[in-house]
Design a protein around this ligand. Structure first.
Ligand code: 5AD
Length: 334
């Protein structure tokens, strides 16, 4: 089932046989990861963004959003919380905010490494080769850069002034620099059809990624896409299941976008192949301002509640919260 053809992929996406699909995906995940679910603590340290993506609430044209930028000390406080809760991977994420320069991020990586035995994942958008290389040298080990869609026309519309090939180039750089590399797509972007999604799945598999994330499109009221329908939750779960079957060794999260639509959707994701979950460790004072889409970071107001809530979801779904660093098994076996 590993090497599904495009016709089969499309049939499953249309909902031909969810039972078989989800069962098969869970079988593959149990073979590779057992019942473990890796927890990655994410600190969203700035909501400033120089980009203007049509779908995203952080887009620079959204003048209604109150912007924030955490200081080094504030970010490190979030990191300490991860340490206290035995979280072994820290994801540092922001909008495309160049005011956190190469040296700042380098110093941040050093400071975290000094304090804690954790893996650092960066998710800072499009930067230069030189910056990626420097941060890798400083000890960052993983990088997330979503492609969002492989459809060139749709990509151009959704990300004004940006080119798909530049994003793909960066994924190649990151691989070359020996990062564990993650990417992913949004399900249900306006203008995306099942053929486009089928092609996305094929292209993601060809990229041989360590991490693949996907979640449904959620219209944000302060964006040009406000009146479009949200992505389908079941379709998003099917995408997760297909990703698992086509990429057995990749770490695949049950994303918070899923949870924004249905409170139990992340559980469903875990049962259909996802093996990672990413609680937000962003300080209470600003966590609601990281408003990529409506509902983001709303489930819990404080970090400790969020971590316990996430562990509850994992256990309710019948899996085990793991405090392993959760390195990419793809590298061991592939
Ligand atoms: N709906 C769903 N996902 C979104 N993202 C951004 N905007 C939206 C939206 N409106 C996702 C993108 C981005 C990640 C941080 O959040 O995939 O890479």
């Amino acid at each position: 089932m590993n090497m599904m053809n495009l016709k089969e992929i499309k049939e499953f996406l249309s909902g031909k046989d969810d039972n078989t699909l989800f069962h098969e995906a869970d079988k593959v995940r149990l073979q590779i990861f057992g019942k473990d679910v890796y927890i990655r603590g994410i600190i969203e340290f700035s909501n400033m963004c120089r980009e203007d993506c049509l779908y995203c609430g952080l887009r620079k044209s959204n003048r209604k959003l109150k912007r924030y930028q955490l200081t080094m000390e504030e970010i490190l406080e979030g990191v300490e919380l991860a340490g206290m809760n035995n979280i072994k991977t820290i994801v540092l994420q922001s909008g495309d905010d160049l005011s956190y320069n190469k040296e700042f991020i380098g110093k941040l990586i050093e400071e975290i490494k000094k304090r804690l035995d954790v893996v650092i994942t960066l998710s800072l958008g499009e930067r230069t080769y030189d910056e990626y290389a420097y941060w890798r040298e400083k000890g960052a080990e993983r990088y997330l850069l979503k492609i969002e869609t492989f459809d060139e026309e749709l990509y151009k519309k959704m990300r004004p002034g940006k080119k798909l090939e530049d994003r793909l180039q960066r994924l190649e750089w990151l691989k070359e620099l020996d990062y564990e590399v993650g990417s992913g797509i949004i399900v249900g972007l306006p203008g995306q059809d099942l053929d486009s999604l089928t092609n996305d799945l094929r292209r993601l598999a060809e990229l041989d990624l360590d991490m693949i994330a996907t979640g449904p499109f959620i219209p944000h009221p302060e964006t040009p896409l406000r009146d479009y329908p949200h992505g389908d939750v079941n379709l998003s779960i099917r995408v997760i299941a297909l990703l698992r079957i086509m990429n057995p060794y990749s770490n695949i999260p049950a994303t918070s976008a899923l949870a924004s639509l249905h409170s139990d959707a992340r559980e469903k994701g875990l049962k259909a192949g996802a093996n990672v979950i990413m609680p937000s460790l962003t300080p209470k004072r600003v966590r609601l301002l990281y408003n990529i889409y409506p509902g983001k970071n709303e489930s819990c107001q404080c970090v400790i509640d969020e971590i316990n809530y996430i562990k509850g979801i994992i256990e309710k779904a019948g899996y085990i919260p793991s405090d392993s660093k959760g390195y990419s098994p793809r590298r061991l076996y592939a």
